[in-house]
Design a protein around this ligand. Structure first.
Ligand code: OSB
Ligand code: MG
Length: 365
């Protein structure tokens, strides 16, 4: 695959609703869209790094710097026969996974377009549609939270994930159970807001029968999560802690988690995500696709990877209108049936870019 040109488009898109977590509040999405030109085809990628290094160490700015200074030159210097080659080409560069994933995603799109198959098919996906849930940020009041959940449940979302932090955990979760019952698929994401000193407090979550608790302890911890998992009935799901297949192997061996939230950007690309998917499948660890408030291109990549068979739990890949006034792709991502999104069958990511919307939100190139 010979590349002619790579463009990085810098976009800032306002979120419909501010998104608050234990690590901060986001009102707009600041990201890079990658256009990779090769002959008659263009492959698309999206950098999912956040403006601030609160979730991982990367930022919008560092990912652009790494792409321009190090990663793109490597892509032009090396021969790429298959997208799987890209992670090997990038391996001399430590971490910077979101920068790597953005470019590798464009290579995967290009590869599938050249072969005239869908990205999902190229990745080995088998599902025709995926189950989707929604991740709800910390709200001003519990009443606001309950109202939001009611709305998303009526739209058909198959998993409700709420962000928690110390002082905003037992009460909102208990109220949710009181209002919607013990049977709605409910989980909580702490984004590393607790420590083992909170063990007794975290045990109080068990009677709420959450599907799982996501990343309760430190972002780089495996041992304490294993200690906590032994004490909890609620399955632990790791997000921040899993940045590679090696991390997943260690977490599984240590029993640090029973479920893994798989994010393409966090693990450095689709090839590594597939490896983690396969490893988890062998070890009976279900995975689901997490989100980074992606615009349409990142969302399309998430849909494609979720078509793999061990994505057995609804992910955070919600429809475009949960985030945006208007998305950068057409058609926008919509539910094909309640709680489901159809996996595109046309070549590559299966969505066209909406250049008008891109022009409107582009702040640099
Ligand atoms: O922890 O899963 C997370 C968004 C940004 C950074 C981290 C996380 C999230 C979400 C939102 O939970 C998922 C989404 O709707 O894209
Ligand atoms: Mg998370």
């Amino acid at each position: 695959m010979k590349m002619d040109k790579i463009e990085l488009l810098h976009l800032k898109m306002p979120l419909l609703h501010p998104f608050e977590t234990s690590f901060g509040r986001l009102t707009e999405k600041d990201f890079y869209l990658i256009k990779m030109f090769s002959g008659e085809h263009i492959g698309y990628g999206e950098s999912v790094a956040m403006p601030n290094p609160g979730y991982t160490e990367e930022t919008t700015g560092t990912s652009a710097y790494m792409m321009e200074e190090f990663l793109i030159p490597l892509l032009f210097k090396n021969k790429i026969n298959h997208p799987d080659d890209v992670s090997a080409i990038f391996s001399p560069i430590r971490r910077n996974n979101m920068a790597k994933a953005a470019l590798e995603g464009a290579v995967w799109d290009l590869y599938s377009k050249k072969r005239k198959i869908s990205l999902a098919h190229a990745l080995g996906g088998t599902r025709e549609s995926i189950d989707v849930g929604v991740s709800i940020g910390i709200q001003k009041s519990i009443d606001d939270l309950l109202l939001k959940i009611e709305g998303y449940l009526s739209e058909g979302y198959k998993k409700i994930k709420v962000k928690i932090k110390p002082g905003y955990d037992l009460e909102p979760l208990t109220k949710i159970r009181e209002k919607f019952g013990i049977n709605i698929p409910l989980m909580a994401d702490a984004n590393s807001a607790y420590s083992l000193e909170d063990l007794d407090h975290l045990k109080k979550l068990d009677p709420l029968k959450l599907l799982m608790i996501e990343q309760p302890l430190a972002f780089d911890d495996m041992l304490d999560h294993a200690v906590l998992q032994k004490q909890l009935d609620t399955p632990i799901c790791l997000d921040e802690s899993i940045c590679s297949a090696e991390d997943a192997r260690k977490a599984i061996e240590l029993d640090s988690c029973r479920i893994i939230n798989l994010k393409i950007g966090r693990v450095g690309g689709l090839t590594e995500a597939k490896k983690i998917h396969d490893l988890c499948q062998k070890n009976n660890i279900p995975v689901w696709c997490g989100g980074m408030l992606e615009a349409g291109v990142g969302r399309a990549h998430n849909i494609a990877i979720t078509s793999l068979s061990n994505f057995t739990i609804a992910g955070d890949t919600s429809a475009s209108d949960r985030y945006w006034q208007e998305d950068i792709i057409q058609p926008e991502v919509q539910m094909s049936a309640p709680g489901k999104i159809a996996v595109p069958t046309s070549a590559g990511i299966g969505y066209e870019l909406n250049e008008q919307v891109i022009k409107k939100y582009m702040i640099g190139k």
